[in-house]
Design a protein around this ligand. Structure first.
Ligand code: MG
Ligand code: MG
Length: 254
């Protein structure tokens, strides 16, 4: 576990805020008929224009700057040329590397008119992220975060994905500890001041089970129902975690 200095935390904040701004650019360009590949190009140019590098491109051979996961895709979707349709949801995960430090954040967007049932999934998944963050204080454990996310989402009957987890980050995109979205209070790694982690609930409308798509990257729900994903990069503090990424840029876009 690598604890960060205040100087390093500022660099992670800069990268994380750039991710938020990039996701806002993505949102501006989402509409029926647009392809994930087009969104990826827009994001990549935006990141490069801000003296940063796409954090995911080339990571373990990932071919794009964004992970774009549509409908039943949970995470790690490779941007393709299939036009977005009315009623789709798309989870967009983005990482950037600037000045030696990563930022990581994700948001699930709607395309056109989305059903009430799916809008509720998005609302609850985003709220579960903040429930998790509220438990991410020094002295608590990763299990406290996971428990909060799981408890909340399961109360709506949703499936909480087990196989994919949040993580520490900094000079590396993925560092210790793992931060599961399920767990027991008081279990797991103890959180310390200066630890930077990404919390990222991946929540399924249906059952929790997932499978790998034939493309080798995309994770999809086994039952074919939609899945949502929201992620913030945060730093552990004594009283209350500080969120280093931001959804404000995204939510200012109408
Ligand atoms: Mg991410
Ligand atoms: Mg992440």
């Amino acid at each position: 576990m690598i604890l960060k200095s205040e100087e390093e935390i500022e660099k992670i904040r800069t990268s994380s805020l750039l991710v938020g701004k990039t996701l806002a650019e993505v949102k501006k360009n989402i509409s029926v008929g647009v392809t994930p590949m087009q969104l990826d190009k827009i994001a990549e140019e935006f990141i490069l224009d801000h003296d940063a590098k796409p954090g995911f491109k080339g990571y373990h051979g990932f071919p794009a700057s964004l992970c774009v996961s549509v409908n039943d895709a949970v995470v790690h979707g490779i941007p393709n040329n299939n036009p977005l349709k009315n009623g789709d949801i798309i989870s967009v995960d983005c990482g950037v590397l600037k000045d030696g430090f990563f930022g990581d954040s994700a948001y699930t967007f709607t395309v056109g008119e989305v059903s009430e049932e799916v809008l509720k999934l998005l609302e609850v998944t985003k709220e579960s992220l903040y429930k998790g963050i509220s438990c991410a204080t020094a002295g608590n454990r990763t299990g406290d975060i996971g428990h909060a996310v799981q408890q909340y989402c399961e109360s709506f009957g949703y499936g909480v994905v087990r196989e994919l987890v949040g993580h520490g980050l900094g000079e590396n995109l993925h560092e210790a500890p793992e931060v599961p979205n399920y767990g027991k209070k008081g279990r797991g790694t103890k959180l310390q001041e200066g630890l930077v982690i990404a919390i990222e609930p991946m929540i399924n409308l249906g059952k929790k089970e997932i499978k790998h798509h034939a493309d080798g990257w995309t994770i999809v729900t086994k039952d074919g129902k939609p899945s949502a994903h929201f992620e913030h990069t945060i730093v552990i503090r004594k009283e209350k975690a500080e969120i280093l990424s931001s959804f404000e840029y995204i939510e200012q876009v109408k």
